[in-house]
Design a protein around this ligand. Structure first.
Ligand code: OSB
Ligand code: MG
Length: 372
């Protein structure tokens, strides 16, 4: 496959409602999309960086810089046998996983379209339908959170994840658990606690959580190993894990018993698949995390979630939870069983709404030539 053309663009989309986490509130999204043309076929990827470096060090603007000044010039005009060989082209660029992922995943979409197969199948996925959960932002009070949980359960979602931070944790989780004694319930702290808070976190164990996601520092696997030794509840790592070596280190240190895999955070489908495989060999469940993606990122998440290691419901949910109008069609829908049916058409399996994307584009860069 020859990488003939790359187009990077920034689009601006507004979430239907603000999403509050321990590191801040997101509503006006500045999303980078990448279109790659390889052997005359187009593929799309999304950069999942946030507007601020609150979740990880990357931002929309650092990704713009890294793709524009290093990544695209390095790969345009080059050839790879398959998308899985793409990371080898980028060994000179350290970190910046989200920037890399946007470009690599576009190439995976193009390869799947070239071969006429759904992306999930090309990755080695086996599921026709994936299990879905929701991630709920921090709310004003426990009552409004309980009402939101009820609404999401009514839509069929199989697992509820609550964002927590100091002062917005115990009472909120208690209220939800009291109203819904049997649901799969987890919490995500986005690094809001310290090892000294272990006793405080232990108090949450009475709520029989499926997992506690990233309670401690974003870069501290060791501290999580100290905490996991004191908890019955499984720790799930998110922010700490950027590649398969990190995942193996965390598992050998017993820093977690579950891993959240996000395509952006780990640098794309190739690394995500390898991490999934390493976890599977060790009997560790993984699930697909979300970054409030547009439909393009969401479609990539659906494809990845078909791999056999993804045995827990992901934060992959319906387009309508996020956007008045998504940039793909059909919109992603969730069945009353809390699943998404995996599309069967080639590539991402959704049509990209080019007209809408043009209307919301605020800047673009191009490399190479679009073949006629
Ligand atoms: O930690 O999983 C996270 C959103 C932005 C940044 C980090 C996280 C999240 C979510 C939202 O939990 C998941 C989604 O619905 O896309
Ligand atoms: Mg998380």
């Amino acid at each position: 496959m020859k990488i003939e053309f790359i187009e990077l663009r920034e689009i601006q989309l507004r979430l239907k409602a603000p999403f509050e986490t321990s590191f801040g509130t997101m509503q006006n999204r500045r999303i980078l999309l990448v279109e790659v043309i390889a052997d005359g076929v187009s593929g799309w990827g999304e950069v999942t960086a946030g507007e601020t470096p609150g979740y990880n060090p990357e931002t929309t603007d650092t990704a713009w810089h890294v793709i524009s000044d290093f990544l695209a010039p390095c790969v345009v005009g080059r050839s790879v046998a398959e998308a899985a060989d793409f990371p080898v082209l980028l060994t000179q660029i350290r970190g910046h996983e989200m920037a890399k992922s946007g470009v690599e995943n576009a190439l995976w979409d193009a390869e799947a379209r070239l071969k006429g197969v759904p992306l999930g199948k090309l990755l080695g996925g086996t599921l026709d339908e994936i299990a879905c959960g929701v991630s709920l932002g921090i709310r004003e009070n426990p009552e409004s959170l309980v009402r939101k949980v009820e609404e999401e359960l009514g839509s069929g979602y199989q697992r509820i994840k609550l964002k927590i931070k100091p002062g917005k944790d115990y009472e909120f989780v208690r209220a939800v658990r009291k109203n819904f004694p049997d649901i799969l319930l987890s919490v995500d702290a986005n690094s809001a606690y310290r090892l000294e808070d272990a006793d405080h976190l232990k108090a949450l164990e009475e709520f029989k959580l499926l997992m506690m996601e990233q309670p401690l520092n974003w870069d501290d696997i060791y501290a999580h190993s100290k905490l996991q030794a004191q908890l019955q509840t499984a720790i799930c790592l998110d922010e700490c894990i950027h590649n398969t070596r990190h995942a193996i280190a965390a598992l050998e240190l017993k820093a977690c018993r579950i891993i959240n895999i996000k395509l952006g955070r780990v640098g794309g489908h190739t690394e995500a698949r390898e991490m999934q495989q390493a976890c599977r060999e060790r009997g560790i469940p993984v699930w697909c995390g979300g970054m409030l993606e547009s439909g393009i990122g969401r479609a990539h998440n659906i494809a990845m979630s078909t791999l056999p290691g993804f045995t827990l419901p992901g934060d992959v949910s319906a387009s309508r939870r996020y956007w008045d109008e998504d940039i793909i069609e059909p919109a992603v829908e969730v069945t009353t069983r809390g699943t998404i049916r995996v599309p069967k058409s080639p590539g991402l399996g959704f049509a990209v709404k080019r007209d809408l994307i043009e209307r919301v584009t605020v800047r673009r860069n191009r490399w190479g030539a679009r073949q006629p």
